[in-house]
Design a protein around this ligand. Structure first.
Ligand code: AMP
Ligand code: MN
Ligand code: MN
Ligand code: MN
Length: 278
């Protein structure tokens, strides 16, 4: 069987629509052979995913996607092959969870000012024990007809500069990288082109990320076009970072992103999975 990697996706433990078990089954149907579940700031879905992966014969890499601050901006660091029991990582996750709850209260307060009430209760109900994300607020705004698409919820309310945006003191990038590395994992810069950094800032980020112990960069993501893959691959080469591939799958209703449906890594890029000790 050809190996098929997908090293970035989400379950109901954060803002994914599928439970870890449903996600694993879908990954199996799509021919994925190695999957990493990388929920936002939580490892709560990993035990169930690990259990289901055995019956589907998928190699599950324990992962996480940490929200981090670099140069006053939120960036995402994917941790692959982490140890979810590593105490500093667990403590960091607890802090991020509290930050997310505080932020959710503030977002709901800002929505109240726009005469949109009941968001916090609705979001808490839909999340259950999972991590509250802006996706949950977007879904609330959509289901209550305040917007007609999820994208519109971000564009009108939730994105930076919009009325319900709340800037948050996420983990320092250095700490996020250390928690991952020291737990035995590999730190990967997620979707590098989504931060809209100038070329010089991107180079600064990559140089600093590498100095901190970062080892990988996502070269292929679910919606990358050939030009984006080329640009990300060039960053990987220039900074001697391994390349990762991950769909960032959240929801089967999104027709553009599917588990395991990813372009191959360009030649000359060291695959990040070679760093993952089995
Ligand atoms: P948070 O980490 O709570 O700020 O939520 C970030 C999540 O919101 C991302 O992981 C995406 O899943 C989703 N998201 C962010 N921006 C957009 C957007 N413009 N359109 C749709 N989803 C978005
Ligand atoms: Mn998300
Ligand atoms: Mn992300
Ligand atoms: Mn993600």
């Amino acid at each position: 069987m050809n190996p098929v990697f997908d090293l970035h996706c989400h379950s109901t433990a954060s803002d994914g629509a599928l439970t870890p078990t449903e996600l694993i089954h879908r990954a199996g149907e799509q021919g994925v052979t190695t999957l990493s579940l990388t929920d936002h700031d939580t490892t709560a879905g990993l035990a169930e995913a690990q259990h289901s992966a055995k019956s589907v014969d998928i190699d599950l890499i324990p992962g996480i996607e940490l929200s981090a601050l670099w140069n006053h901006q939120c960036i995402h660091i994917v941790g692959l092959n982490i140890n979810p029991q590593y105490p500093p990582l667990c403590k960091g996750i607890d802090e991020l969870q509290s930050l997310r709850i505080e932020r959710a209260e503030k977002i709901a307060g800002k929505l109240e000012k726009k005469k949109i009430s009941g968001a916090l209760e609705a979001v808490k109900r839909s999340v259950g024990k999972g991590m509250i994300t802006r996706t949950h607020f977007a879904e609330f705004l959509l289901s209550h007809n305040h917007v007609s698409t999820l994208q519109e919820a971000f564009d009108r309310y939730l994105s930076r500069g919009k009325p319900a945006f709340v800037s948050t003191e996420w983990t320092a990038t250095e700490d996020a990288v250390s928690w991952i590395r020291d737990s035995g994992g590999v730190a990967v810069l997620a979707h590098p082109l989504r931060y809209k950094l100038t070329a010089s800032k991107m180079k600064r980020l990559l140089a600093e990320f590498k100095d901190m112990g970062g080892q990988g960069i996502e070269v292929v993501t679910g919606r990358s076009n050939p030009d984006e893959i080329r640009r990300s691959a060039n960053y990987a080469k220039s900074f001697e970072l391994s390349g990762s591939v991950g769909s960032d799958f959240h929801n089967p209703k999104n027709p553009w992103v599917e588990l395991g449906r990813l372009a191959p890594l360009p030649s000359g890029i060291n695959p990040v999975w070679e760093l993952l000790a089995s």
